[in-house]
Ligand binder design. Structure first.
Ligand code: FES
Length: 61
């Protein structure tokens, strides 16, 4: 499934780039040029990152 239709970036590519960027969202966005066209994909990408963040997990405890 695509994370970014405009640049044909898959969710897997996004996840791998996030890992390579050590969770640095800005770096991953820059590397992939995510959101570089319409920008709609940034909203979903940031929501997914927020859902996986350790801070959110720690609130569950
Ligand atoms: S869907 Fe990513 S820039 Fe348009």
């Amino acid at each position: 499934m695509y994370a970014c239709i405009c640049h044909q970036i898959t969710e897997k590519e996004l996840e791998e780039t996030m890992e390579q960027s050590h969770g640095n969202v800005n770096e991953a966005v820059r590397k992939l040029n995510l959101g570089g066209s319409c920008g709609i994909c940034l909203i979903d990408a940031l929501e997914k990152v927020a859902a996986k963040s350790p801070a959110k997990d720690s609130k569950k405890q």
